[in-house]
Each structure stands twice: as C-alpha cells, then as structure tokens.
Ligand binder design. Structure first.
Ligand SMILES: [Cu+2]
Length: 181
C-alpha cells in the first residue's frame, strides 16, 4: 500500500473512532489486483484485467493510462444477435462499497505498443483516473504475462487479435469457465 493510502486510512480510522464505529471498516476506493496479457504476436495489442474496490460513494472510472505504452483503451465485449463485438467504453461505474471488475469476456483494457523495457521488467505502471476528489489518480503496477500457446489466457489474446467468430466463441467459453472457478 502506498504511503498516501495509509495516511488516508489512518485519518479515516480516527474519524470513525470518534463516532464509535468499528475501526478499519470504511470502504476505500482502490485498485486491488490486475494483470496484462501480451498479444499472441507483437503486432497485436495486449489486454488488461483488474479489480477496483469501491469507496463510500459511487464513482466513475474515466480513464486508464500508461506512460510506457503508446495507447490504452477501455473496451467492453458485448453480444448482439449471437455475435460478439467490442465497444469502446468512455467510463465505468465503481459502486459504493462494491467493486468494478475488468475480466475476460467482459470489460477489458487494450494496450498498444508497451515499451520493451517494461515488458522485460515484467510490469507496466498504470494510472487509473476517477471522478472523485478532482479526478483522483490511483497508480498500480500491472504484472505482464506472455500469451501462452494454450489455455484461457490465449483465448483472451485471440479475442483481440482477430474477429474470427469461431475464436470469439472459444474465448467466451474460456471466460465463462474461468468465471466458474
Ligand atoms: Cu477490446
């Protein structure tokens, strides 16, 4: 946890103690986990997944950026007329005391041209921008995984590299299988 977050938690705990409530139970907006899967080939974008825990009030995630990547977009995979397509996402709601999840087969990040040095190190520092507190930015280092030849992660990578519908169905199944775990 970053020093700033610790300070904020401490301040919150003090406030709560004054009200006679339990310590440490105030929900804190935070990016709690995430990872990036590289594209199957270098010309394909990487995909990113993550989980945000909500704070005391609803907020919107309005942007995700990375200085060490050429471009980052938020997307959503949607099914229309039995076809799977992706749509750009302008913002995503983080419900109060709830969570926002970007995962395979749903909302996801697409990331173009990650700096090779970041790939070698195996992590990409990303900034998550929210509507609260004058566009609060939460920084999170996303671990980078290589696309594998088999398995669910590859389904995700192919989901983005090609719009082949056979592949899309495979990715959807992989996503639903992963969700059952
Ligand atoms: Cu996409």
């Amino acid at each position: 946890m970053k020093p700033f977050a610790i300070a904020a938690l401490a301040a919150t705990a003090l406030t709560l103690a004054g009200c006679g409530e339990k310590l440490g139970k105030t929900p804190q907006l935070n990016v709690v986990s995430g990872h990036i899967v590289m594209g199957a080939t270098p010309d394909r974008p990487a995909v990113g997944y993550f989980r945000v825990e909500g704070g005391p009030r609803d907020v919107q995630l309005v942007a995700v950026s990375a200085e060490l990547a050429q471009r980052v977009e938020m997307h959503e995979t949607v099914r229309e007329n039995n076809m799977t397509t992706m749509k750009p996402l302008g913002s995503a709601n983080v419900p109060a005391k709830g969570e926002l999840v970007f995962k395979q087969g749903g909302k996801h990040l697409m990331i173009w041209n990650i700096n090779p040095a970041a790939v070698r190190v195996g992590k990409l520092p990303m900034a998550f921008v929210f509507t609260n507190n004058n566009n609060e930015r939460i920084l999170f280092d996303m671990p980078i995984k290589q696309a594998t030849a088999a398995g669910t992660e590859d389904g995700a990578a192919m989901d983005h590299g090609s719009m082949d519908h056979g592949t899309e169905k495979g990715a959807e199944k992989a996503a639903s299988d992963a969700a059952k775990k």
